[in-house]
Design a protein around this ligand. Structure first.
Ligand SMILES: [Zn+2]
Length: 258
């Protein structure tokens, strides 16, 4: 795998995310060109990856095209200058917009108000439950537990209030996406090596990347198809990725820091 060389205009959010996406895509160009093409931003990223692959463009030029595109969209959230960083979470939320994959229904039994919203992002902000359920063992310890809890047919307390009470939200998936991102920095949730979602058919999703934040800088780890873990920091390792071991012999808690 290869990483993106950091630029002094604070490119790290892009470097960290694109390093993971590019290396996933390179596993199988046809498969991932199809499955990552979920909106016009991703379509343009895939075009960029194709021109990296054919040697027409450098990796960094491809990244800078994306930066310009995002900057045109919102120059406050996606600045291109020294001293102004971009949040990788904001970037994921924008890049992982998609056709609805499900819905969240919140209903209040006091006023009978029902509110339905579509899940149209493949990027999720994980949170600590705001209201303990009767079953205290249900506290999520990994992302998989968090998903299972949130897909519970009885619903979960997600911080929604109505008639001065915490009310439940029921989350239902109608499609299983090929890629998901979870923002876990406010939690102590562990990543999972993989998990399986099932609707009509089963789909196994593997852990393919992790992004870290510290000292106003993002770095990342990519996990290859055979489970090898590769660390990259555009600022220090640049193009090179440092092999750190294999996911099969790694304690998942060790992946929380780098
Ligand atoms: Zn109400």
């Amino acid at each position: 795998p290869q990483g993106f060389i950091w630029d002094s205009t604070y490119s790290c959010a892009y470097d960290a995310l694109l390093m993971i996406l590019l290396n996933i895509w390179q596993d199988n160009l046809n498969k991932w060109s199809k499955h990552l093409n979920i909106n016009s931003h991703m379509e343009s990223i895939i075009e960029g990856f194709e021109s990296i692959q054919s040697g027409e463009t450098s990796m960094e030029a491809c990244r800078d095209t994306l930066r310009q595109r995002m900057n045109n969209l919102d120059r406050m959230r996606f600045p291109v200058r020294r001293g102004a960083g971009t949040s990788v979470n904001e970037l994921c939320e924008e890049l992982l917009n998609t056709n609805p994959i499900g819905s969240i229904v919140t209903s209040c039994d006091t006023c009978n108000n029902i509110n339905r919203t579509s899940i149209d992002k493949l990027s999720f902000n994980c949170y600590r439950p705001t209201h303990r359920t009767n079953n205290d063992d249900s506290q999520a310890t990994s992302i998989k537990d968090w998903i299972v809890q949130n897909l519970s047919p009885e619903g979960t307390f997600q911080g929604v209030k109505c008639c001065r009470k915490d009310i439940r939200s029921i989350t239902t998936l109608t499609e299983i996406p090929w890629i998901l991102a979870f923002h876990v920095s406010n939690t102590d949730l562990l990543p999972d090596k993989n998990f399986t979602l099932q609707l009509k058919s089963k789909q196994k999703l593997n852990l393919r990347g992790l992004i870290y934040f510290g000292d106003f800088h993002f770095t990342s780890r990519f996990i290859s198809k055979n489970g090898d873990i590769w660390f990259n920091d555009g600022m220090t390792t640049g193009r090179e990725c440092r092999k750190e071991g294999n996911i099969e012999s790694t304690n998942l808690a060790d992946l929380l820091t780098c």
